[in-house]
Design a protein around this ligand. Structure first.
Ligand code: NAD
Ligand code: DAU
Length: 336
């Protein structure tokens, strides 16, 4: 059995990753390190019913505490999901993004080298490539051109990861994925925000002219791609993961409202995000050719499944929107 240190495993994608491993991979034990920020939900993973699972409440930016985790466990793989992940919050507080996303990743790299782990997989993002116009796709050799503090911190982390490959021979891998959606996503992100605001009769804030484009991928597809890279990827390589799901924001919000039988009048155009990237779109032919990965769920079916999850799990999101999230929402949207 291999032991995989997962960081950020109480957040959206990390939770889905751990649940997938627990259900399908009896040969992988999980050690989850999460500092339990606002974006985490400790109830997501039930420790008792999850086999071969250990949890540590540790900040990856705290090198001493992180060192204890490596000392106490024989770690084979590291998969680094932990991050401050929301672009709008990075505009309010860039320093936190440098601390977690850059310093935290550096600590993990140093400890991985010291403890001679077998594989280090950095979960990165298509945002490191910057912004596209109407044409073109991001490939793995598109120059890095991040435009928000969030994407700049992720690009910096990627460069540190590659430096540990070239300088120290650490066996690293990087995945860069497009916009995820699905169960357990924190309501600050566009799709859950739209579903929850529609269900609670609130306006849906649409930034700028609403024509920015994202490539949407169902989270379970991303996870299959991550596992493919972890198990078969070549060290020192970057793999794009895309969803074949390009859509303008106005269209995706309208589609969700239609599926929920809610009026389009809920959409409210608001001030644009500063430095708002116009379009993301992925060429992921490398992972398809080398590892056989393609996304399975199309956007329409993925949205149906996501909407059903939020309808069936009101308790999960109602707890969130009645807590600190209310203050965040006021700060972000009241004066917009
Ligand atoms: P999320 O914000 O939902 O979860 C992040 C998790 O990391 C939380 O559980 C949080 O408590 C934890 N965390 C934050 N700071 C930490 C620290 N200093 N130490 C330990 N744990 C810490 O994020 P997500 O959407 O699940 O994204 C996971 C990863 O995937 C991130 O690295 C993100 O950049 C990347 N990514 C996300 C998307 C997307 O669409 N959500 C797409 C591509 C890549
Ligand atoms: O592309 C991958 C990235 O996708 C990940 O690296 C990030 O962690 C993840 O947060 C996501 O970033 P985005 O900024 O693209 O996602 P977000 O859901 O915040 O916004 C999606 C689009 O919707 C974007 O064009 C901004 C717009 N938007 C967002 C919100 C929250 C609105 O119009 N209104 C909103 O209220």
């Amino acid at each position: 059995m291999k032991t995989c240190l997962v960081t950020g495993g109480l957040g959206f994608i990390g939770t889905n990753f751990i649940k997938y491993i627990a259900a399908h991979r009896k040969d992988i034990a999980i050690t989850n390190v999460d500092s339990v920020t606002y974006a985490a939900n400790p109830c997501n993973i039930d420790e008792k019913s999850t086999p071969h699972y250990k949890f540590y409440k540790v900040d990856i930016a705290n090198n001493d505490e992180l060192g204890d985790v490596f000392r106490e466990n024989k770690i084979d793989y590291v998969v680094n999901f932990a991050a401050e992940s929301h672009v709008d919050r990075s505009i309010l507080n860039p320093s936190l993004f440098v601390k977690t996303n850059i310093e935290g990743t550096l600590n993990l790299l140093k400890l991985s080298l010291e403890y001679k782990i077998e594989k280090f997989l950095q979960i990165s993002t298509d945002e490191v490539y910057g912004s596209l116009g109407e044409d073109g796709l991001f490939t793995e050799i598109t120059p890095l051109s991040p435009r928000s503090p969030y994407s700049a911190s992720k690009a910096s982390a990627d460069m540190l990861v590659m430096s540990f490959f070239h300088t120290f021979g650490l066996p690293v891998l990087i995945t860069r994925c497009s916009n995820n959606y699905g169960p357990y996503q924190f309501p600050e992100k566009l799709i859950p925000l739209t579903i929850i605001n529609a269900l609670t009769g609130k306006d849906i804030p649409l930034y700028g002219d609403g024509k920015n484009i994202r490539d949407w991928i169902y989270v379970a597809d991303h996870i299959r791609g991550v596992l493919d890279v972890l198990e078969q990827g070549r060290f020192g390589e970057i793999y794009n993961i895309g969803g074949c799901g390009e859509m303008q924001n106005i269209d995706i919000i309208s589609l969700i409202l239609k599926k929920l039988n809610k009026p389009l009048s809920l959409i409210k155009y608001v001030k644009d995000r500063a430095g708002h990237d116009r379009r993301y779109a992925m060429d992921f032919s490398k992972i398809t050719k080398e590892l056989g990965f393609t996304p399975e769920l199309n956007l329409n079916d993925g949205l149906d499944s996501t909407i059903s999850w939020y309808l069936e799990n009101e308790d999960w999101w109602k707890k969130i929107i009645s807590g600190d999230y209310r203050n965040y929402y006021k700060t972000m949207y009241e004066m917009r």
